[in-house]
Design a protein around this ligand. Structure first.
Ligand SMILES: [Mg+2]
Ligand SMILES: [Zn+2]
Length: 183
């Protein structure tokens, strides 16, 4: 190992509404559907040396809408759908808690980002968070990453103190293109 050895760069991505159709409290693998172009964009990140890590709030677990086992089956489907297209995810981190629990892992909390950063030896200052909610942007900024807000045809959030993304794009694929042009 040389002294110049670089730590990993990552692209942290929100799940619902960012890479997949936002089905409220999605509880069935067959309802989980990724947006067009997502596998190709993730494959591009893989090939450019980025770790790709999903960071997702899943309070449906605490609310009793689905179990962690069901969530695991949904994620297995996501990974299988991606693998079929030659795309890979390096980690999936989720918060199963209810907002009232005030945990540190539910975005805009940064506990999951920091945990993934340690697990995968990630240089947060050279990494990115992509999401479709103010909380994603707040969490990414607080963890020291650059942030990209994806509208997916929707509107920008009404003015919010924590909302200061480095870029705004229409789709996840465009966000990935922005990252690759910036580096
Ligand atoms: Mg979302
Ligand atoms: Zn949590």
């Amino acid at each position: 190992m040389s002294l110049m050895e670089k730590r990993n760069r990552a692209v942290f991505i929100d799940r619902d509404g960012t890479i997949a159709r936002d089905v409220p409290y999605c509880s069935r693998p067959e309802d989980f559907e990724m947006f067009a172009g997502v596998p190709e964009a993730i494959r591009t990140l893989n090939r450019n040396g980025f770790k790709v890590v999903v960071i997702t709030n899943q309070s449906g677990v605490a609310r009793g809408y689905f179990t962690e086992e069901t969530l695991g089956r949904i994620h297995d489907k996501m990974l299988a759908d991606l693998q079929r297209e030659g795309a890979r995810i390096d980690g999936i981190y989720y918060c199963p808690h209810h907002p009232d629990e005030n945990c540190e892992c539910r975005k805009p909390g940064t506990a999951l980002l920091r945990l993934a950063g340690r697990d995968l030896d990630i240089d947060m200052g050279r990494s990115y968070m992509i999401g479709d909610m103010v909380q994603d942007i707040e969490a990414g900024r607080a963890a020291g990453c650059r942030t990209i807000f994806v509208t997916n045809g929707g509107k920008l959030p009404a003015s919010s103190r924590g909302f200061a993304p480095d870029a705004v794009t229409g789709t996840f694929s465009e966000a990935v293109n922005w990252i690759l042009e910036e580096r």
